[in-house]
Every structure is written in C-alpha cells, then in structure tokens.
Write a protein that binds this ligand. Structure first.
Ligand code: GLN
Length: 191
C-alpha cells in the first residue's frame, strides 16, 4: 500500500513516520505527477489558507479533486480537514470541497490554542491521545457520514465514505491507531 502525504506545508515528516509504522509505504507529494500511483493521500495540518494557495499554484486543486472522485481515500487532519470540507462556516468559498462536512476554523478559543486530551474514537480506540493546535471542529456531517469522536460536544473525527477528517493532529504522538484505521479504509477501496 502506497500512501502520499501532501508536502506543501505543515506536519509532513510526522505523518510519513506514522504511516510507515502503521505498515504502509509512505511518500511525500510535492508534484501532481506523484499522485498517480498512490492508494491514498493524507493532507496534513498547517495553515489551510497557505496550503490552499500552494495547491492552486502547483495544480493540486484539480488533481486532488480527481483523486477523490476516483474513490481513492483521503485523510485530512486539522488544516487538512478544512481543505477537504464542502463548507466552511462564515465563508462563501471552500477549498477542495470533496467531503460533505461543515467546519469552523479555530474553534476552541484563544485560551486553548493547543492542548492534549484522551478520548474515545469509534472503531479506533477507547483512549486515543488527541493533540489540538488551533483546531477546527466539524459542525455538521452529511447524511451518509459517521461521527467517530466528539470533544466537548463538538465533532472532531468524522468519516464519509472514502474520506476521513480529524480536527486534531494524530501524527504528533506515538499512537498509530488512527493511521491504521485509515489504511483499513484504503484496503477497503483498493480494487
Ligand atoms: N487554524 C489552522 C487553519 O485554519 C489549522 C491549524 C492546524 O492545522 N493545526 O488552517
């Protein structure tokens, strides 16, 4: 299984390490041509507006939309979840607009810029360590989607078909269970 990590900005190396530990071959993706032989893609956290600008600049918007439309799994973490979303609260536009979720940016307030909690994630772990850094939350998940975790009543992990979104940074601990869950999704969709 070969998984790419979009490497324009953000937490790339950490995702590569976690994916390898979870049993995949992981490669960083800096050019659209590098998407073609991948089985799945991770869009990391960072700054969604910056990553979006670079995606436009290097032709990734259309290329990743096509990747998603071919039913290849995509995992968006933190800024990556914002990039995947069909709706961003308070904004008319979206970035990729692939996953049927509505997100709100910087949802946990200034006093809680970053924090770590343990929480149950359905189908993944009873005590998953989640690191939040200026995290968004998921306000709504489309009809066919599933809510996998909530924190303070806010949705923080959701799946919709071959798309997975987490509001936190799953690559910043030693716990590979969410990456393994994503690899299982990739297996499911691989023809
Ligand atoms: N606040 C960032 C954004 O809106 C996301 C933060 C993160 O990825 N850690 O893009």
């Amino acid at each position: 299984m070969k998984i790419g990590v979009l490497a324009l900005q953000g937490a790339v190396a950490e995702h590569l390490r976690m994916l390898e530990e979870a049993g995949a071959v992981a490669v960083s993706v800096k050019k659209v041509e590098e998407l073609y032989d991948l089985d799945g893609l991770v869009i990391p956290g960072g700054e969604s507006t910056t990553i979006s600008k670079l995606m436009h600049k290097y032709g990734f918007m259309e290329a990743i939309r096509q990747f998603g439309e071919e039913k290849k799994p995509i995992f968006g973490t933190c800024a990556g979840a914002i990039l995947l979303a069909k709706q961003i609260n308070g904004q008319d536009d979206y970035h990729l607009g692939l996953m049927d979720i509505k997100v709100e940016r910087n949802a946990f307030g200034r006093q809680k810029e970053s924090f770590e909690v343990h929480m149950p994630v359905a189908g993944v772990a009873a005590d998953y360590p989640a690191v939040f850094i200026r995290a968004p939350y998921i306000m709504e998940v489309g009809e066919s989607g599933q809510v996998l975790a909530k924190y303070e009543d806010k949705i923080v992990v959701a799946r919709n078909g071959h798309y997975l979104a987490a509001a936190f940074h799953p690559e910043l601990t030693e716990d590979t269970r969410l990456h393994k869950f994503f690899l299982d999704m990739v297996k499911e969709y691989r023809s």
